[in-house]
Design a protein around this ligand. Sequence first.
Ligand SMILES: [Zn+2]
Length: 538
Amino acid sequence: MSSCKSSKTVLIGVDGGTFALLDPLMGDGVMPNLNHLIKRGVRAPLVSTAHPLTPPAWTTLMTGRTPGNHGVYDFIRVDCTTDPPSYTLANASDVKCETLWSMATRQGCKVTCLNFPMMFPAPRLEGANIIPGYVPWSYLARAVYPRELYARIRERQGFNAKELATDWQQERQAVQGLAEDNLEDWVQFHLVRERRWFEILKFLMEEEPAELTAVLYDGTDRIQHLCYHLIDKQTAGRYGSPASLRARDLALQYYRELDGFIGEMIAAAGPEATIVVASDHGFALAGDRIFYANTWLAENGYLRWRDDAPIDSDSRVALDENTEVGTLFDWSQTKAFAFSSSSNAIHIRKARGPGEPGVTADEYPQFRDALVRKLLEVRDPQTGERMITRVMTRDEVFPGISGEQAPDLTIVLADLGFLSVLRADASIKPRPMPYATHHPDGIFIAAGPGLRCNARVEPLSINDITPILLYSLGLPLSPELEGRVPESIYESGHLDAHPVRFAEGEAIGRVDAQGDLETLSPEAEAQIRERLKALGYL
Ligand SMILES: [Zn+2]
């Protein structure tokens, strides 16, 4: 076993971070610390997972493995073996590959890991302080590893679990209707939450410094989904109402504060530290049309709605409250369906036996290929342009040990938007409110010993982040990792002088030591589902 001999390494996760917004913000002096970091470091676009979505992308970033191996495809885990098919919220037990946090702690590095998804229940990793993200606040005390860490942070002045973790009561108020008037509250909500995470981070950096400190700021993703059009200079001028202007000012305040946290973290880590800023995916404005996937599947004979399934008249992306879309299908006549909008996934129902509803193994290849062809023919009735630019099959983009759990098909919409799972009176309809979506190109910025200064390099893969961080920690890489330590980001000759080392067999096929599997109460799970729906993910 090798031991950790590094100087400090800090990973600052910026959910949905995109240079398209950050460059102008830096140019306007809103983010001076990030600007300074870029000037003394190296930057590149960071290409996300095949479908650029938060849970699979962060899981790839923190395992160095693609979704086909780590097994996380969405906020939910779909089970097509039940009758009818069903889903539950994904959690840490769905991650089928070892995380960076485990690789580092078992080799003697202390780790701090705050607010990452798919970390609940927190794995038992000696030498780690872990507070998972996406946890209902009432579960926070039990979600933290080690458990006594919670007592220490609770005693801190200003600690408020509701402001730190998921508090649906508060969040629901902020997103009601997602009308223009509520955008300011929405930004404010995330602004306060980031302050709470930063206070804990600062406390841990001072009191229990770790070799690897990682934090995820996810307000960027949430704010950008609803306010991108107000932040992007190319569109902001079109929205001049008092409510829009207030939301815009507060969003700029959010980025200013985020930049302040980044500056303080860099200072706390010290001049010898390696700093990496990375995102799970980028962002871009979505187009003005919504594709109603299940409605289209019904029009084309692949799905049947129950007669009492309501028809969406408000051009929403997702369902309200506790309606699960699966309850709206007539399963006896449904062969293909979409459960969540965020995954852009279409599942093909397998027949459990001859004469049963679904598609038999013999029929499957032909059925799937015909469905793909038909999807690629879908055109916008207004412009005549293709709505869907690509339909990715599971074998194509999610090969690996967990490939069986991947959706049969994942569609790429021309505007990169998310599909809608709702029943509508037409399969393509106008989008009523500006909405921004995920873009495959995220951000990578790094500065520190051996890294190039003031350099822009070719795009890196999100698979490369775990290798880069392990290398920075002085640790060997597992041969299973699917990324690499890219030569382009280092000063010439650096990798020759300090070669990348590879681990022997012990690292193969490992998974994290699982935490106590604390299942959520039905109420808590319902709250998280409701929240994902409000965000347009389910
Ligand atoms: Zn994200």
